[in-house]
Design a protein around this ligand. Structure first.
Ligand code: ATP
Ligand code: MG
Length: 393
């Protein structure tokens, strides 16, 4: 293995006691995501290093771009911690790049080393100026930085640093159940939860034959796109045709959606409990539709105890769309297939539903039985990582 990438943890550094666990998780996630390549991952208190073969570089960088818990990363050169050797090697690599202005930034990671960071900056800059013509130091707006990290035995240096996704390593926060429709909002909600370290399972309600298998495929594609960030995703596909037909036949049109969503919440909570998901995550956004007014959210949320996290609750639709484009789910989300919430849609859904009314309507259907049946007939599939990569990230 002839090349090295240095990884900075960013947010992890602020996390005190949890730090060790975070680093271990990031290490395990990377190990898993990179298992098809020959790599050696070295974890340290404030840095991680990946040793790899140059021919795999592009693929490995793609993986880093989709991994949460990485603040920044850089392709680095490694030299023994010896002043003369470092100067020579930095000069050799610097000359290949054709920069006109530069600034040296040294971090003396091992404080027992005799030369301070400031002095080391001057030594390296002086050496470069002496051996190159037409090159200048610019401390305010350099064309390139020369970043040097001095450790006890080895020193790393690099010119370019790339921004990582930030966030926490997946699974640091435990497992959540994402209510994944084929729309724009729920994949974005899932992505944001994954960013906070939530390992995601997903649940999709379908009403065949009123909804199509194309709609199901669309949800599977969205789950695949999310799995790029989270690792494999368990997707529960819940048939709710009977429940929905009962609601359609027996319940006043204005309350149909409210009641349907109460059923979805009940089923989600039950499936979450069985699968040790600690929270539900969904793409509800305040005021977006009748079922997402604050009164509606109360009437719907009332049927469950499990915390419901709504990562996009306070986002504008345009902000959600921006993220959907960035994570490459947008083009799939806008494919025109029916969702079970959009079939049988009443002309005037209630905007301020009353909980007593919900209870009264629900007494007209044997929903407990129907929920049991839906859960019994739930199909669970595991969606694994896809190779496709969004170039926008
Ligand atoms: P999205 O909100 O994902 O763009 P949408 O706008 O069609 O899709 P809404 O009617 O706004 O969906 O529903 C709000 C949330 O309820 C969704 O974001 C999703 O989390 C959940 N949800 C809706 N329909 C389904 C479904 N068929 N299966 C699973 N979850 C669903
Ligand atoms: Mg929505």
């Amino acid at each position: 293995m002839n090349s090295i990438i240095l990884i900075k943890y960013g947010e992890l550094t602020t996390k005190g006691d949890n730090r060790k666990e975070f680093i271990n998780l990031l290490y395990n996630n990377l190990k898993d995501k990179l298992k098809k390549y020959e790599v050696n991952i070295i974890k340290e208190h404030s840095r991680m290093y990946i040793e790899y073969n140059k021919e795999n570089e592009k693929d490995i960088l793609k993986v880093l771009k989709t991994t949460f818990g990485i603040h920044a990363y850089a392709i680095v050169y490694k030299v023994e911690t010896d002043k003369d050797l470092i100067c020579k090697e930095v000069l050799k690599q610097f000359k290949k790049e054709n920069y006109k202005t530069f600034k040296v930034e040294t971090k003396r990671r091992d404080k027992t080393l005799p030369t301070t960071s400031m002095d080391f900056n001057k030594i390296v800059a002086g050496y470069i100026l002496k051996h190159c013509s037409d090159i200048y130091v610019d401390i305010h707006n350099p064309e390139t930085y020369i970043k040097i990290e001095l450790n006890k035995d080895y020193t790393y240096f690099y010119f370019k640093e790339y921004k990582g996704l930030g966030g926490y390593p997946v699974a640091v926060a435990g497992k959540g159940l994402l209510m994944l429709s084929g729309g724009i909002d729920s994949p974005v909600a899932g992505y944001l939860a994954i960013k906070r370290g939530v390992k995601i399972d997903a649940i999709y309600f379908e009403a065949l034959p009123h909804t199509s298998l194309d709609a199901r495929e669309k949800v599977i594609t969205l789950a695949k796109k999310l799995s790029k960030f989270s690792g494999s995703i368990k997707l529960h596909i819940v048939p709710i045709t009977k429940l929905q037909e009962e609601i359609y036949q027996k319940i006043d049109g204005t309350y149909m959606i409210t009641i349907l969503r109460r059923m979805m919440y009940r089923i989600s909570e039950e499936i979450a409990r069985k699968n040790k998901n600690l929270i539900l995550v969904n793409g509800e956004s305040i005021g977006q539709v009748a079922s997402q007014t604050l009164t509606s959210m109360n009437a719907i949320n009332e049927v469950v105890k499990i915390p419901v996290i709504r990562p996009v609750a306070c986002f504008d639709k345009l902000e959600i769309i921006d993220i959907a484009k960035k994570i490459n789910t947008y083009n799939t989300s806008i494919l025109p297939y029916e969702d079970c919430c959009t079939i049988f849609v009443p002309k005037h859904p209630v905007i301020n539903p009353k909980i007593e009314k919900c209870i009264e309507y629900e007494s007209k259907i044997a929903y407990e039985e129907l929920i049991k049946e839906a859960i019994k007939n739930t199909e669970t599939i595991t969606i694994t990582n896809e190779d496709e990569f969004s170039s926008i990230l």
